[in-house]
Design a binder for this molecule. Structure first.
Ligand SMILES: NC(=O)c1ccc[n+]([C@@H]2O[C@H](COP(=O)([O-])OP(=O)(O)OC[C@H]3O[C@@H](n4cnc5c(N)ncnc54)[C@H](OP(=O)(O)O)[C@@H]3O)[C@@H](O)[C@H]2O)c1
Length: 390
């Protein structure tokens, strides 16, 4: 009976042309993989099943204990999806190709009907930082990074859904540096004097807290367009409904992916030095979900591994561990930001545990070394042909 009601709900959305095949494709393909043959399909939707034949996690999804993940195909979205799966949460990963969640009416209907217990927004649009941004690209960035989160906030408010928004630490540049007994904001962290001071007295450098106003936003003349849109979104959503704003910065891990700055560095001949807070991707995605699971107060959280690291230090470690001949250049008077330090004290005080950034970087480099050795040994292995093949 319960199943029939849920099925009716689904049919109702399908009939209105809102829900496309792939939205539930994931849910049902997982079912299929688990050999629950009691489920029949009709254009990708369940046609015939009985509630007591379905596993608990599917029943939960239909009865409300479901999490909705927007931007699930992205770099961070994919990691959120794996972590949700690892924790055994039931979730629906949405992608615009299957369901255009950027449309207010679609998303509103979806949330009203499906009643997720939580929503994660990992959708975003970014083109390479620093360079000139074409006009069409600006519009896209504004729509995805600033307007979409506002719309999601309104929809969540109206449907009483709590949610988490993935944002970026790039809404800040620089750090607060102690001098004459009080901290002063230094926007550039790439010159040799600052790097030397950090080397000798890291304790003199303080990160921006969630109480500090973003200083790399449209309110300041030198910000880039992407950071400007991220800061706009934060400003617009922070007082609407119940949400977390999770600020990640420079995600990294041991995987060979283009968004991983450690991997980028490994493939570059030269990097510009600077001081940065960074987020070990899996650590930090776990931290975001921990906040929600432990019912920490809603609000903004800097989600980075504690501490900060210079690109020079990372490059030196890389040379030592991976023998990568990457050179380090001191930034000087460049216009691009040369780093930023975030204070993640609020996150730690909420009870989330994270290892220091240097430890996480060293661990990833070790793992990269092991995987590189694996690749080399496979390449170097003598070819063995089965008997009779020659
Ligand atoms: N990657 C980083 O280095 C980094 C660093 C710090 C913070 N973050 C933050 O983490 C979040 C996710 O970043 P990401 O790197 O995972 O992003 P991503 O891989 O570039 O894309 C995320 C997803 O957003 C959706 N999307 C793309 N263009 C869109 C558009 N024009 N309108 C609406 N949705 C669009 C796409 O999902 P579908 O097409 O499947 O819907 C895409 O897979 C962002 O808020 C970002 O600011 C990222």
């Amino acid at each position: 009976m319960r199943f029939c009601r849920s099925y009716a709900k689904l049919n109702c959305i399908v009939a209105r042309g809102v829900l496309k095949k792939d939205c539930f494709g994931n849910l049902f393909s997982q079912l299929e993989q688990r050999n629950h043959r009691s489920v029949e399909y009709m254009d990708g939707f369940v046609k015939n099943a009985s509630s007591n034949q379905l596993p608990d996690w599917v029943r939960k999804a239909w009865h409300g204990d479901m999490i909705l993940l927007l931007g699930a195909s992205g770099y961070i979205g994919r990691t959120v999806a794996s972590e949700l799966r690892r924790r055994g949460h039931c979730f629906i990963p949405l992608t615009r190709r299957a369901f255009d969640y950027t449309r207010f009416d679609y998303l509103f209907d979806y949330l009203r009907t499906m009643r997720p217990i939580f929503l994660v927004n990992a959708a975003s649009y970014e083109i390479s930082l620093g360079g000139t941004v074409a006009e069409g690209e600006r519009e896209k960035m504004m729509a995805a990074n600033a307007i979409l989160p506002q719309m999601i906030a309104r929809v969540c408010l109206m449907t009483k859904t709590s949610w988490g928004h993935l944002s970026s630490g790039s809404v800040y540049c620089g750090a607060k540096v102690m001098g004459n007994g009080k901290p002063a904001v230094r926007r550039r962290l790439g010159d040799s004097e600052t790097l030397e001071l950090f080397d000798k007295h890291p304790e003199k450098f303080q990160g921006f807290t969630e109480l500090d106003e973003p200083n790399f936003s449209f309110r300041y003349p030198s910000c880039n367009f992407y950071s400007g849109t991220k800061a706009l979104a934060e400003e617009a959503i922070q007082d609407i409904g119940q949400s977390y704003i999770w600020r990640l910065r420079l995600p990294f891990n041991e995987r060979e992916e283009s968004c991983n700055w450690l991997w980028q560095m490994h493939r570059q001949a030269e990097v510009t030095d600077g001081i940065n807070s960074c987020s070990h991707l899996e650590d930090c995605v776990r931290a975001c979900l921990d906040l929600w699971e432990m019912r920490a107060p809603f609000g903004t959280y800097n989600v980075t591994n504690p501490g900060a690291i210079t690109m020079g230090r990372a490059a030196r470690e890389m040379r030592r561990v991976l023998h990568t001949p990457v050179r380090v250049r001191t930034g000087g008077e460049e216009t691009a930001p040369s780093g930023c330090i975030l204070d993640c004290g609020k996150l730690l005080r909420a009870g989330v545990k994270l290892r220091p950034v240097e430890e996480a970087v060293e661990d990833c480099l070790d793992r990269l070394r092991v995987s590189a050795r694996g690749i080399r040994s496979v390449e170097a292995a003598p070819k063995i042909f089965p008997a009779g093949a020659l």
